[in-house]
Design a protein around this ligand. Structure first.
Ligand SMILES: *[C@@H]1O[C@H](CO)[C@@H](O)[C@H](O)[C@H]1NC(C)=O
Length: 362
């Protein structure tokens, strides 16, 4: 066997091993669309038939896009690998995956809008679905990753990604670059920390090569949260960030509060009336050139504290506390940023919150 054959064999083996793993954590099979249609299955950029893209079924006006390709005057850049698909009006792509029945999963997809019109992506695993608005761009290059979670009712489910748009130009519509999935584990509160997932280590898959984290949409778009324990209870998304690309105060994951009071995270905790509690947490910045005076407000029902943080955009953090008396058997813990903050390229950014702890004291 020639050396090049060995390499090809190794590549093939590796391709199958990632596919086997993809069902539990990572890219879906051909989840980044690097395997494309044969020349005979394409007309220009348009994909012909339903089975042209390996592992996927397509319907409607689906285009297969190579990075660097031009659309009108715009050069399309694909963040991961060289290829992406574009979903025209009412077009969709779908794939069946084997899952563990009863388990919750989070899907992460990276997408970008291509025209000025309002674009949305409808992602569903029957009977759950979430319509993710992609109008607001949160990253500098226009691409964002979005998370959406579902609970598996069967041991095999079909993931459907659909463009519900009806634009005048059928070639408008979102580009989809990568789709990944990861099971979500529920975490229990302990007597050392009454918060669940207080350090945000459990959450959606983050593409290792993308540097813009993952947006977690507000729960109006999502029945099952991709961030176990927490809810994004507001109008706008929060960003789930990784220590590979951002400053994260503790562990590998944290939350960037992106949109002032319009991006709040909450968790309901069990409390005992008459007991005294201390909520402690870290406020910092993600080292993403998000500069200025920031204020994070933390609430335990009606008690609250404002934490000022001066960000130079270079990473840094401080610890803060809120003492409160338990008055009910349940207390709503909430965090938001008091103000909007923007980077010099006009994308939204904000303070980071991490390592949230709640203990009862005597
Ligand atoms: C999203 O998809 C689901 C499942 O196909 C469908 O029931 C729902 O009506 C869709 N919503 C929109 C706004 O297209």
């Amino acid at each position: 066997m020639a050396m090049s054959d060995v390499k090809i064999l190794a590549l093939l083996l590796c391709a199958t091993c990632t596919i086997a793993l993809a069902f539990t954590d990572g890219l879906l099979p051909n989840g980044n669309f690097e395997y494309g249609p044969k020349a005979s299955q394409m007309k220009g950029k348009m994909v012909i038939g339903h089975d042209a893209i390996p592992e996927w079924k397509t319907s409607g006006f689906v285009e297969y896009i190579k990075s660097g390709q031009k659309q009108d005057d715009m050069v399309l850049v694909v963040p991961e690998g060289d290829f992406a698909v574009r979903l025209g009006n009412e077009a969709s792509i779908r794939q069946k995956v084997k899952v563990t029945k009863g388990m919750r999963y989070s899907i992460t997809l990276s997408t970008v809008r291509t025209c000025a019109q309002e674009e949305r992506v409808n992602i569903s695993v029957a009977p759950d679905f979430g319509v993710i608005p992609i109008q607001t761009v949160y990253s500098s290059n226009g691409w964002d990753s979005h998370a959406w979670a579902f609970r598996a009712r069967f041991s095999e489910v079909e993931i459907l990604i659909h463009n519900p748009g009806v634009q005048e130009d059928a070639a408008c519509g979102p580009l989809i670059d990568s789709v990944a999935m990861r099971p979500l584990f529920s975490l229990k509160a302990t007597n050392k920390n009454l918060m669940k997932n207080g350090d945000f280590e459990e959450g959606p898959y983050i593409f290792p090569k993308t540097s813009y984290g993952v947006l977690i949409p507000p729960f109006i778009e999502d029945d099952h949260t991709p961030l176990p324990g927490w809810k994004v209870e507001s109008l706008k998304a929060v960003r789930y960030i990784d220590s590979r690309h951002f400053a994260v105060p503790r562990g590998k994951r944290g939350i960037e509060l992106l949109a002032g009071r319009e991006s709040a995270i909450t968790q309901i905790v069990r409390t005992i009336p008459g007991k005294m509690y201390v909520l402690s947490f870290t406020v910092g910045d993600a080292r993403n050139a998000c500069e200025g005076s920031m204020v994070v407000e933390a609430f335990a029902d009606d008690d609250s504290v404002k934490v000022e943080y001066e960000s130079k955009g270079k990473g840094g953090f401080k610890r803060a506390h809120l003492r409160f008396d338990g008055v009910a058997t349940r207390t709503r813990i909430m965090f938001y940023s008091s103000f909007y903050t923007m980077r010099s390229d006009a994308t939204l950014c904000g303070p980071v919150i991490d390592d949230v702890k709640l203990i009862s004291i005597r």
